[in-house]
Design a protein around this ligand. Structure first.
Ligand code: HEC
Ligand code: HEC
Length: 337
């Protein structure tokens, strides 16, 4: 028997052994495992601009309010199609050199939304630029700070400058325009690239654990042929730009309330705009295509919702209307002039 009272070496050696075993188990082995995760096949490598944007994200400490982790619990379902897996972080490895690591981007504070999949939810460059310039311009009542120093107000923008569609009355001088600095463009490139890649075929997809007292699958059973909730889709996808009251934002996003395109008896143009994007007028920004984000049923639901609300009085559209248009026109060619 080991005698801890008479031979102090036993005490030291046993403690040392326990310490080493614990360190292996809780620190060294998991860390080593993390070094060997492969990227997912559908994950593009980060471009230099996205990499610089990641550095801006870290230096501005966006992680103080934003997480980048979809946990496997029901309440996180809104933030991604599946819970996060280690491979999701392959390219954002924050190691800088042997001695330094930048802070983890997983985050622990969720004052604002989780950003794991924000590029999917919010693909519009102009929306992100406006939002960073002043969040309250696009989201009324937002408590996110503005990042005005990523922009410059000038009367003489360079030829290739990216001009942010800030309404004139917000400027110090109406002859000025707001130009996005390189940091802002890089940061937005990074944000738009934040998309959950699908897991390779055949990998078991981790599921979401139900909240206590709820059934595992919280999906509401839809009756045959019923469309999803258009109001919800409007809130999640269109409202950021066109605003909750569909009045738009002067100089950036047109109103959908009273729009002749929305109220047209023939819904073809409106559906094409939602599917393929729209950039018809200089006084407004660019509407990004939604064909990849939304299914035919979701587009039919949201188009019908907009046509029947906000004072608009046009007939609803069907999933088939959307399906026919999606099949007939490729998204890139649909940026209607
Ligand atoms: C003080 C907390 C706070 C900080 C710091 C902060 N945000 Fe936010 N952010 C929020 C809140 C709250 C919202 C939700 C309201 C809104 O959309 O403005 C939000 C929303 C967002 C959205 C929209 C997400 C969505 O799902 O629509 C993006 C993108 C975003 N923030 C990016 C950033 C970036 C990039 C930074 C750093 C430059 C940053 N935030 C810093 C609080 C913060
Ligand atoms: C990132 C911002 C953004 C989002 C998100 C967005 N739009 Fe747009 N939308 C625009 C801009 C900008 C225009 C005007 C483009 C132009 O005319 O140059 C526009 C134009 C339109 C028009 C034409 C209106 C008119 O009278 O000219 C319709 C209809 C429309 N959007 C519907 C939708 C619907 C429905 C959704 C949600 C599924 C949506 N948009 C999401 C930015 C956005």
């Amino acid at each position: 028997m080991l005698n801890f009272h008479k031979d102090h070496r036993n005490l030291v050696n046993v403690s040392l052994l326990v310490f080493v075993l614990l360190s292996m188990g809780v620190a060294i082995m998991p860390a080593d495992g993390m070094q060997h995760t492969d990227p997912l096949p559908g994950m593009p490598e980060m471009t230099p601009a996205e990499r610089r944007g990641l550095a801006v994200y870290v230096s501005e400490n966006c992680g103080a309010c934003h997480t980048q982790q979809v946990r496997n619990i029901e309440m996180d379902k809104t933030w991604g199609a599946r819970p996060s897996v280690p491979s999701d972080y392959h390219y954002s490895k924050p190691r800088m050199d042997v001695w330094r690591q930048s802070p983890s981007l997983l985050g622990s504070e969720r004052t604002g939304p989780d950003l794991t999949n924000v590029g999917q939810r919010q693909p519009g460059e102009q929306w992100h630029l406006l939002h960073l310039y002043d969040p309250r311009m696009v989201v009324k009542g937002s408590i996110m700070p503005r990042y005005g120093w990523l922009f410059e107000e000038t009367a003489h923008p360079a030829k290739d400058a990216v001009i942010v569609p800030v309404p004139k009355e917000r400027l110090r001088d109406t002859a000025h325009v707001v130009v996005a600095k390189q940091e802002a463009l890089d940061l937005v490139a990074y944000l738009i690239a934040l998309k959950q890649a699908p897991l390779p075929d055949g990998t078991p997809t981790p599921g979401f654990l139900p909240s206590p007292g709820r059934k595992a699958d919280g999906a509401v059973a839809l009756s045959e042929g019923a469309l999803p909730d258009g109001a919800e889709i409007f809130k999640g996808t269109c409202q950021a730009c066109h605003q909750a009251d569909a009045q738009g934002l002067a100089g950036a996003f047109p109103p959908l309330a009273g729009s002749s395109i929305v109220n047209d008896a023939d819904p073809t143009l409106m559906i094409s705009i939602v599917l393929g994007g729209y950039d018809a007028r200089a006084e407004y920004g660019v509407m990004p295509p939604q064909a990849e984000q939304l299914t035919d049923a979701q587009i039919a639901a949201v188009v019908s919702f907009v046509r029947g609300n906000f004072g608009n009085e046009a007939a609803a559209v069907s999933e088939d209307d959307v399906r026919t248009l999606r099949a007939s026109v490729a998204p890139q060619t649909m940026l209607v002039p």
